[in-house]
Write a protein that binds this ligand. Structure first.
Ligand code: 2U9
Length: 336
């Protein structure tokens, strides 16, 4: 009995004809089985085996042709199952990180009133990060618990990951004389355990204004302008006396709570006020250390955390979200 050629079954009509003719209940194979009784009894067994072989061949030919026709149908007009005539999928566009957006929004406010951005190294020497900023040699900020040391060779020879962006302001003052209106955004590092409220790496924006006759009034007016432009015209601001080695007098800056507007919530711990940063008049020792005469010039400085500002503006409750890169979080700021 010859091979049944499945490759002759080129379309579904031919396949159906084949099925009716050979494999259906009234088809040839079944008919031949029905006529087995006409065969001599001694030849019946052999004939039965031949008929079974024929039936299997016909079924296999049918199955092979059916599979081939179905897959040809699926792939018709395509290359390996891909329909090249369909329009392409739009490429998924990324978006700027919320911290970049907030940092840019903050800088834009100060740019409007004449501040220019300065840049500097994240790996600093002890002198720029601490000594020039009037930190005494035994100040706790120099402790291993607060600062990441790159190398240690005795206080002033230490190399650290900068703990604030102030060392860049020192570099600006060393390079040029006043008037100086400088903004310093960037990454800073602190040796802290990571939690919802603390991180070992965060971003700051500092401002420095040095000229003849700069007073605390200028500081207040500048920050008031920032707060109202950035957070909205109804925002209140207050100064709380504080202490930093590099400013005297010093003040912490609070704004009216953006979440509850004074009625009391967790964010403002039911006080109606939230802290956005610190500020003060640049200490005369700092001016002197950086080569500026404190008898001729005065200046103010301020520092704000970018994460903290973003958390207040967009009601983000966990600092870790900024660094975990969960697209469900990041995507929310795509249209901002
Ligand atoms: C020079 C002199 C003084 C910058 C200042 C602060 C107060 C301050 C914190 C805010 C939140 C850091 O990100 S934060 O944790 N900063 O409180 N920063 S005054 O003072 C300077 C800077 C440079 C030469």
């Amino acid at each position: 009995m010859g091979e049944i050629a499945s490759n002759k079954l080129l379309n579904t009509d031919a396949l159906e004809l084949f099925r009716l003719r050979f494999l259906s209940r009234n088809g040839l194979v079944q008919n031949l089985f029905g006529r087995l009784k006409e065969v001599e009894p001694e030849a019946r067994k052999e004939m039965g085996q031949l008929l079974n072989g024929l039936k299997t061949s016909a079924e296999e030919a049918f199955a092979t042709a059916k599979t081939r026709l179905e897959s040809a149908k699926e792939n018709s007009g395509t290359l390996g199952g891909i329909d090249l005539t369909l329009p392409g999928l739009p490429g998924a566009l990324g978006s700027r990180h919320v911290l970049s957006l907030v940092q840019e929004q903050m800088l834009a406010v100060f740019r409007q009133i004449g501040f220019a951005v300065a840049d500097g190294p994240e790996i600093e020497d002890d002198w720029h990060n601490f000594t020039a900023l009037n930190f005494p040699p035994n100040h706790p900020a120099r402790d291993m618990q607060d600062t990441f040391f790159v190398s240690r060779s005795g206080t002033e020879g230490d190399v650290v990951l900068r703990t604030h962006t102030s060392p860049v302001q020192i570099r600006v003052m060393q390079e040029r004389q006043p008037p100086i209106r400088s903004l310093m955004p960037g990454r800073v590092y602190r040796n802290e355990a990571i939690s919802a409220r603390a991180h070992c790496l965060f971003h700051q924006i500092e401002g420095l204004y040095i000229d003849k006759g700069v007073s605390f009034v200028d500081l207040k007016e500048t920050l008031y302008y920032f707060v109202r432009t950035f957070f909205g015209p109804g925002t209140e601001m207050r100064f709380r006396p504080s202490f930093f080695p590099f400013t005297e007098p010093s003040a912490e800056i609070d704004i009216s709570c953006q979440i509850c507007h004074g009625s009391g919530c967790n964010i403002c711990k039911h006080t109606g006020w939230v802290e956005i940063g610190g500020s003060g008049m640049v200490h005369p020792n700092v001016l002197r250390n950086a080569g500026i005469d404190p008898d001729t010039y005065t200046g103010f400085a301020f520092g704000m955390g970018v994460e903290r500002t973003a958390m207040l503006k967009y009601q983000i409750r966990d600092l870790r979200l900024f660094t975990e890169n969960d697209v469900r979080f990041l995507r929310q700021f795509a249209a901002v």
